[in-house]
Design a protein around this ligand. Structure first.
Ligand code: EPU
Length: 415
């Protein structure tokens, strides 16, 4: 197992340009299965999840070639419409091939993903929406077998919760369905709007992506295209919080600050100086933050994937903060690790109570998951002494060049 070693005390300062968004590119790769031909994606991060999605595409019959930040994908006429358990277990986003393959091939087999560290994570909304469009599902030996004997037809679907994955699965199915689909209470994430932009460039007719009502008029066929992936706002926010926690001054380039509206607002209230440009923003960290109350919510609310990093920042706040986790049932494993570093944090139901301490002290901690590992790195950067973050592979799932970038911004850090 790999680990990251950090010696705290250096401010994170300078300039960083963020790469393309993990949670956009993974969906773009699936969207390409909707039409045969050759595609090119730019601004693709060099992260593990892209490699795993490349394996999913390989399994389905497409070929993926990466050159630096570009991937080229060749999609054949005939596909093998299935995602096996080992790939789905390694990456839940594999479930998105359901909608695309049902639309393109009328059949799809995907191993049912189990729960994970964030809770049980059901996919009922994905399946109910696809059933409303004419799909039928059977669970046999742990594998979901989907078919659309009469093809998929547009309909009105109102989601119980603005699930990102359910909205995307339905969107991918609807672009080739017969007639008009309306998705109400849709997720509004910028990555979803970027997926719709790619689909429209492929010849789809999608309106309203980025708002809570998406209208799709099905078309008979789509065609390949080139696309540049939107910036990763979670990477941008993570580096911003690293600067904030260390009293640094950082300019974050390549990301629209509107994508982090609530996160930057909370950082300002905590005492950070924030300046916003069109595709950049800068952050100046306070000596010690002021405690904040925060609730995670679907976009444009405070992002759940910024929750552990924000708690790491608030661990040294003056006063007591309360962060309420509304998106996941269980995202609290990192708390015990943070407390080993001297933080005073506990979870009470969905509420995380953070009593600010003056100092953290470095020690060995377990990376737990991608955002937890990022949060523990932020804690290590602001702690006294050396922190070793184990299971550092989690970082590779979503952050390209994490350790090198932090070192270039002044951190005493290595892998
Ligand atoms: N949910 C249901 N039923 C469903 C679908 C979702 O109950 O049918 C629940 C989930 O269990 C969860 C909540 O709804 O509690 C939100 O789930 P959502 O479907 O919105 O999330 P997702 O599509 O599975 C994506 C990101 C996550 C991010 C969430 C929330 C990707 C690949 N993953 O997951 O990203 O946390 O949206 O914004 O896009 C990460 O990048 O670290 C990460 C975990």
């Amino acid at each position: 197992m790999d680990s990251i070693r950090v010696v705290g005390g250096n401010p994170i300062s300078g300039q960083v340009t963020v790469h393309g968004a993990k949670n956009a590119v993974l969906k773009h790769m699936v969207a390409m299965l909707l039409a045969p031909g050759r595609y090119r994606l730019d601004n693709v991060p060099g992260i593990l999840d892209v490699d795993i999605m490349g394996e999913v595409l390989d399994h389905v019959g497409a070929t993926c070639v990466r050159r630096g930040s570009v991937i080229e994908v060749d999609v054949p006429e005939e596909l093998n419409p299935e995602a096996p358990l080992d790939l789905v277990r390694r990456m839940r986003a594999s479930i998105l091939i359901l909608g695309a393959l049902l639309a393109r091939m009328g059949t799809a087999r995907v191993a049912l993903p189990g729960g994970d560290d964030f809770g049980s994570r059901p996919i009922g909304m994905h399946l109910e929406g696809l059933e409303q469009m004419g799909a039928e599902f059977e669970l046999r030996h742990g594998v979901l077998e989907g078919s659309a004997p009469n093809g998929l037809s547009g309909t009105e679907i109102f989601l119980e919760f603005p699930s990102v994955g359910a909205t995307e699965n339905l969107l991918l199915a609807a672009v080739l369905a017969k007639g008009r689909t309306v998705i109400g209470n849709a997720a509004r994430e910028p990555e979803l709007a970027d997926l719709a932009a790619l689909l429209n460039a492929m010849g789809a007719e999608v309106e309203g992506a980025g708002t809570s009502t998406i209208e799709i008029t099905g078309v008979p066929t789509l065609h390949p295209t080139d696309h540049t992936v939107v910036a990763d706002r979670l990477v941008a926010g993570t580096y911003a919080l690293a600067a904030a926690a260390t009293g640094g001054t950082l300019e974050v380039r390549g990301c629209n600050p509107d994508f982090l509206r609530m996160e930057l607002r909370k950082m300002e209230a905590a005492g950070c100086g924030v300046v916003r440009g069109d595709t950049w923003f800068s952050v100046v960290g306070p000596e010690r933050p002021i405690a904040q109350d925060i609730a995670t919510l679907p976009y444009p609310g405070f992002h759940t994937d910024m929750h552990p990093q924000m708690v790491a920042f608030l661990a040294r706040a003056k006063g007591t903060s309360i962060l309420t986790e509304n998106v996941y049932a269980a995202r609290f494993r990192y708390i015990g690790e943070l407390n080993r570093m001297g933080a005073d944090v506990h979870a009470d139901g969905q509420h995380v109570v953070i009593r600010g301490v003056t100092d953290l002290s470095g020690c060995e901690v377990d990376g737990c998951d991608i955002r937890a590992a990022a949060a523990l790195t932020i804690a290590g950067l602001s702690a006294e002494g050396e922190t070793i973050i184990g299971d550092a592979e989690h970082i590779d799932r979503g952050y390209d060049g994490f350790v090198d970038i932090l070192r270039s911004l002044g951190a005493d850090i290595d892998r």
